[in-house]
Design a binder for this molecule. Structure first.
Ligand code: CA
Length: 246
């Protein structure tokens, strides 16, 4: 059960119908670890934060497909956090609460929560809620299409395959993550900080690491920094992936 010190079972195994990027907002380390572990085991990409303010930053700057939001956070009341998230995005939000308080839950649903779980809850219950939510939203409502297309570049995030003009690209795990992250927002400048957080799961690190991986990726795309086609460096800021102009 999540919400109590967790009893870990073997990974649930079955791949999810769709790989989501889930933001776990939870200050309790036991629950947080268990959620991350379970969601990762079931094939989702997970980011986690322990405060409402960090959650707002993640939602506004990085984006995700689903938020699991604990109501009892150290900095802001979860209900307030929910309203602020709703002010930024329509991303699905599942509330996780220790309070089985009907009036409170009704208010949260009215304030824009998509569903709720009362702690302690089992991972099966969580999976069922996520599946039900996805069904309600419909396959077409996905914020993350399984195949991202930027010009002649296709990135299949579920199969983790990428191709340029139908020719498969032989990418390392990092290179793929990097390309997929950039391809999710074509034409938008992505900062080094965002790349570090998303691809390396660090909030700080060396710019050189990113530069090295980007130069390998660039080579595999058959281009150079001085005459870029898809991958553009925006000096002092970050990078942008976009289709070459005809
Ligand atoms: Ca809490």
């Amino acid at each position: 059960m999540l919400g109590h010190p967790p009893a870990y079972g073997p990974g649930a195994g079955a791949a999810p119908a769709r790989r989501l990027t889930v933001l776990v907002v939870e200050d309790d380390p036991f629950v947080r670890t268990a959620l991350i572990r379970h969601l990762t085991d079931t094939g989702h990409a997970v980011r986690s934060v322990g405060t409402a303010l960090e959650a707002l930053r993640e939602v506004s700057q990085v984006g995700c497909d689903l938020v699991i939001l604990d109501l009892g956070l150290p900095d802001l009341d979860g209900g307030e956090a929910l309203k602020m998230i709703r002010g930024l995005t329509n991303v699905p939000v599942i509330i996780s609460t220790a309070r089985d308080d009907e009036t409170g839950i009704v208010r949260l649903l009215n304030d824009g929560a998509d569903d709720y779980l009362v702690k302690p809850f089992s991972v099966e219950h969580l999976d069922a809620r996520i599946a039900a939510l996805l069904r309600r939203l419909g396959a077409g409502a996905s914020t993350a299409s399984p195949v991202l297309r930027v010009g002649a570049l296709a990135v299949d995030v579920q199969r983790r395959e990428a191709a340029l003009r139908d020719a498969p690209l032989d990418l390392t795990r990092r290179e793929f993550d990097l390309l997929a992250f950039l391809a999710r927002r074509p034409g938008v400048v992505i900062t080094r900080k965002e790349i570090l957080a998303e691809v390396w799961h660090h909030t700080y690190g060396s710019d050189q690491t990113i530069d090295v991986h980007l130069s390998w990726l660039r080579r595999k795309l058959g281009e150079t920094a001085s005459s870029p086609r898809y991958l553009h460096t925006v000096r002092g800021v970050g990078f942008r992936l976009e289709a070459p102009r005809p």
